[in-house]
Design a protein around this ligand. Structure first.
Ligand code: SF4
Ligand code: FES
Length: 374
């Protein structure tokens, strides 16, 4: 089997965050001791250097909220020196003019700001914090500094009906690129699936709105629109395939094939404090466990699409079937596909206004402060 080199490093600098989005991709146990021991600046500088030598071209600086790391400018400068294309992926509530200027001057290439809705009250409700106006201000700041701006909206049952307004906001803020990503249901989003899963009718209307915005060419670098995989016939090639194109480094230095991989109990992840990124990518058992197609069960093993979607998402397979090594139930050929259709059927029957309350991502204040002192 040919093992390709990774193109992207997703650096989860911290799991600390001032917001509490109920679809956060951080692990449910992100407040545990193991994640409070964040990598030092020296560790991250070494990781960036090793990633560049490994062939990585893009660096996503994310979290939690990456702006909570006081050494962010140093990491950006190191990445720029290593000729990596750097994207700051941020909720932007902490993006002051001073820091934004310093980051630009350090060589930051691109900023992606997440906004939760087109209206203040609705956006703040999902964020679990009053922050909508700060986000708009940060978006204007990024544009004023001449940095390319992506606006990211996670879509779901509670905001899909305002898709036109969301697209108008992108236009007003002069986003260079727009990412409209329907929620994917693992981690916190799985906990809130009943509240977040949209109806088929909502998705149909959203399709039309996105097509119209594309027609009007509202942003120069285009609109990425990701459907919720629960409504697809085939699963997505999660992360472009396990250990295929991207590598994630968690705040404590564990190296992961995807952001949710720690949910798979059979896997042990190696830490950048103990091994090089190169060794972990090519040799570590966790990266080789679901790499390629040989591990696949039927129906994937004899399916023409096995090299296209790699059997779907391992974390979703585990979550829904208790077995990470089975076909993603999203696939209509999976023996577990009924686990998806039962849920979508129910979502289409429920009254849109009768949702149970959201479970917000939460971390106790004492944990938050303790982590900040690392
Ligand atoms: Fe993909 Fe497996 Fe479904 Fe084929 S059977 S489409 S490889 S998930
Ligand atoms: Fe882990 Fe899809 S999120 S493989």
């Amino acid at each position: 089997m040919t093992i390709y080199r990774p193109l992207s490093l997703i650096a989860e600098l911290t799991y600390r965050c001032p917001l509490r989005c109920p679809y956060c991709s951080n692990p449910l146990n992100y407040g545990d001791n193991q994640y409070r021991q964040e990598l030092s600046t020296e560790d991250w500088l070494r990781v960036i250097h090793q990633a560049s030598n490994l062939g990585v071209l893009q660096l996503g600086l994310t979290g939690g909220e990456p702006l909570l790391r006081k050494d962010l400018e140093l990491l950006v400068a190191a990445a720029a020196k290593a000729q990596l294309y750097t994207t700051l992926i941020t909720a932007a509530t902490l993006l002051t003019p001073e820091r934004a200027t310093q980051l630009r001057d350090a060589g930051l290439d691109h900023v992606q700001i997440s906004i939760q809705d087109s209206r203040a009250a609705e956006s703040d409700y999902i964020a679990g914090s009053r922050c909508f106006e700060q986000k708009l201000e940060a978006a204007r700041l990024v544009k004023a500094l001449g940095l390319p701006l992506t606006l990211n909206f996670v879509l779901h049952r509670q905001n899909l009906d305002r898709i036109e307004e969301i697209l108008e906001l992108c236009e007003v803020l002069k986003a260079d690129r727009v990412e409209l990503a329907n929620t994917q249901y693992y981690g916190w989003a799985y906990r809130n699936r009943d509240v977040l899963l949209p109806t088929r009718e909502q998705l149909k209307r959203a399709d039309a709105a996105v097509a119209a915005a594309r027609e009007r060419n509202i942003c120069p670098m285009g609109i990425l629109y990701v459907l919720p995989d629960y409504y697809e016939d085939y699963p997505k090639a999660c992360m472009g395939g396990w250990g295929h194109r991207a590598v994630v480094v968690a705040p404590n230095g564990d190296v992961l094939p995807c952001q949710a991989a720690t949910s798979i109990p059979e896997l042990e992840f190696v830490n950048v404090r103990n091994h090089s990124l190169d060794w972990i990518w090519f040799e570590s058992p966790a990266f080789n466990r679901f790499r390629g197609t040989e591990w696949m069960p039927e129906p994937c093993q004899s399916c023409d699409r096995r090299g296209v979607d790699f059997g779907g998402c391992r974390c979703q397979a585990l979550l829904l079937t208790n077995n990470a090594a089975t076909t993603d139930p999203v696939c209509h050929l999976s023996p577990h596909h009924h686990l998806i259709t039962t849920v979508t059927k129910q979502a289409n029957q429920e009254n849109l206004n009768s949702s149970p309350p959201l479970v917000y991502r939460s971390m106790s204040k004492s944990q938050f402060i303790a982590a900040d002192r690392q």
